[in-house]
Ligand binder design. Structure first.
Ligand code: PEP
Ligand code: MG
Length: 575
């Protein structure tokens, strides 16, 4: 047996067979080529193999996620079926002296050049991204390298990877995946968040896992602890029996908590706290409602964009309206596209940045690509007729950005009115407090916004200047830093002064040790990972607001995060 330690990204205890996910090596020796006829034959074969693969993925995706996702690959299929494209490669091979791989790449580069001269609208960007993807597929088939695809997994798989991106996770075969473990990644990296919203046990930041685990090894992920993940590879029978028993106990406790999911969330002295769910899709919402969710505090809409192509107004409208209807009048806070940082939308093929987390992210990107933003805003305003939809803007660092976003909401409403499409022109608009600037401006922002919600994942990253996704420096990502607690307190007080509510939708809201502190600091809404809803309600009911205030006051007056954690442990014992 081998035992490794990592970071718990999404809690649980699970086991299965290792599925090693490694991007294929696409390098080749350009001088090793055959006669033109032989190279042409190889190209034809690679095209047919690629077509067969696409067909398989398309069918699998339609089956597991619904018809609408199958079409993602239609555009790529069109490239394979385009005779002109193939002919251009064949022509190069006729000229002789190159291998099919090189001819394919040369033709791709011509197209890339052509696209770079075209207008950079979302349609062209999408077409180039499709072309790049399909060329990579053909290249891999030319080289005879195996495809590693997470959308079709063997039953009971534990995915083991160096690193996963949200787009990989979004594509993951949900029927067959039992959990995943990655070498890299921090606790609040987006892949960790996605795992949580899927209630999929996951460990990140696990050094050595790629060297230690082999295909089909039996792996147990013991992720009951909120901080340290324990990973066992091929445990012996004694350890396995112990883990089986732990898994049964864990499931039993979850069952007991689930039975309490509909209890009112109120402290013992009567302060009501709204508990909402964080979701990234309609599937997540269904899952969240099973855990008792009555409202959504954060719908990460960018996850709809990670799977393939860009959803248009109609498709987005259907998703948002459906979510609002499902919630049956419950609050649904929909965050506008928050692309950038570690959330790469392949379909947008945005240029690489030196410092993506300080770059064109969140609202900044939407204010630049206004057609993308307006499409989403129109969909949101139309959907707002079907429930209590509230719109929230990410990564705000000045009042001006919020005002410009509001102007664009007004423009989207005017566009809809001009087209005679029914909509709600004035849903509540909120601001995410994720930057130190937003904390210092919380007074002004909450005066003009309907509500504020603290994105503590980013807020921690920016207050402490530490990359949230980098496991090398995860010890600097101090969730309980008094600096952060004071930032939360400042924001909550500013909101209260302006008669608005302040929530927390970052991962801190899901951390049992942080909950009484947040409540005591004046936070009125906690938006948490779906499976943590019952336990959060139960926990809050066990505290009085007066006790939470004392805890919060003391915790934020301490000097270091170690002191805060030590204090909270004792406070919990005496509560
Ligand atoms: C946050 O930053 O805390 C947040 C909720 O947004 P995201 O994790 O999607 O960046
Ligand atoms: Mg954020």
């Amino acid at each position: 047996m081998k035992a490794l330690a990592g970071l718990t990204a999404s809690p649980g205890i699970t086991s299965g067979k290792a599925f090693i996910f490694r991007a294929p090596d696409l390098s080749y020796d350009p001088s090793g080529f055959g006669k033109p006829e032989a190279e042409k034959e190889r190209l034809e074969q690679a095209f047919s193999l690629s077509k067969a693969e696409l067909e398989k993925i398309k069918n699998a995706l339609s089956g597991s996620l619904g018809e609408e996702y199958g079409h993602i690959f239609r555009a790529q299929m069109t490239v394979l079926e385009d005779d002109d494209f193939k002919q251009e490669i064949l022509d190069r091979l006729d000229e002789g002296s190159c291998r099919a791989e090189a001819a394919l790449e040369a033709v791709y580069r011509v197209y890339e050049e052509l696209f770079s001269e075209m207008e950079e609208d979302s349609y062209n960007v999408q077409r180039l991204a499709d072309l790049a993807d399909i060329c990579k597929r053909v290249l891999r088939n030319l080289l005879g390298r195996e495809e590693i695809n997470l959308s079709v997994l063997p039953p009971e798989s534990i995915v083991v990877a160096e690193e996963l991106f949200p787009s990989d996770t979004a594509m993951m075969d949900r029927e067959n995946v039992r959990g995943f473990v990655t070498e890299k990644g921090g606790l609040t990296s987006h892949v960790a968040i996605l795992a949580k919203s899927l209630s999929l046990p996951a460990a990140v930041g696990t050094p050595g896992i790629m060297n230690q685990a082999e295909k089909n090894d039996f792996i147990v992920l013991d992720l009951r602890d909120f901080e340290t993940a324990h990973i066992y590879i091929n445990p012996g029978s004694e350890k396995k029996a112990e883990l089986d028993q732990a898994a049964r106990g864990y499931r039993q406790r979850q069952k007991e908590l689930l039975a309490m999911k509909d209890l009112e969330c109120v402290t013992s002295d009567g302060r009501k706290i709204v508990i909402s769910a964080n979701i990234g899709s309609l599937d997540d919402l269904v899952n969240a409602m099973e855990f008792g969710a009555k409202s959504v505090g954060l719908f990460r809409t960018e996850f709809l964009f990670l799977r393939g192509d860009l959803p248009g107004e109609e498709e987005q409208y259907r998703v948002y309206a459906e979510a609002a209807k499902k919630l049956n009048g419950g609050m649904l806070i929909i965050r506008t596209l928050d692309i950038g940082g570690d959330k790469e939308v392949k379909a947008l093929a945005l240029p690489k940045e030196e410092n993506p987390f300080l770059g064109l992210r969140g609202i900044r990107l939407c204010l630049k690509y206004q057609d993308l933003f307006l499409t989403q805003l129109r969909a949101l305003l139309r959907a707002a007729l079907h429930g209590d939809i509230r719109i929230m803007f990410p990564m705000i660092s000045s009042l001006l950005e919020f005002r410009r976003a509001k102007e664009l909401v007004a423009r989207a409403a005017a566009d809809l009115a001009a087209k005679g499409l029914e909509h709600r022109p004035d849903p509540p608009l909120g601001v995410m407090v994720e930057t130190p600037a937003a904390v210092f401006l919380a007074d002004e922002l909450s005066r003009e916004a309907s509500f504020v919600s603290m994105g503590t994942n980013d807020l921690t990253q920016y207050v402490l200047s530490v990359d949230r996704g980098n496991e090398e420096i995860s010890s600097y990502y101090r969730t309980f830093s008094p600096a952060l607690l004071r930032a939360v307190g400042l924001t909550a007080r500013a909101a209260e002064k302006n008669g608005k509510w302040a929530g927390v939708c970052g991962e801190l809201a899901s951390n049992p040790m942080a909950i009484p502190v947040l409540v005591g600091l004046g936070v009125e809404e906690l938006s948490v990972a779906p499976q943590l809803i019952p336990q959060t309600i139960v926990q809050i009911r066990g505290f009085s607001y007066a006790a939470c205030r004392d805890i919060a006051e003391k915790a934020s007056s301490l000097a270091t995060d170690e002191e805060v954690k030590a204090f909270l442990k004792t406070a919990f014992r005496s509560a």
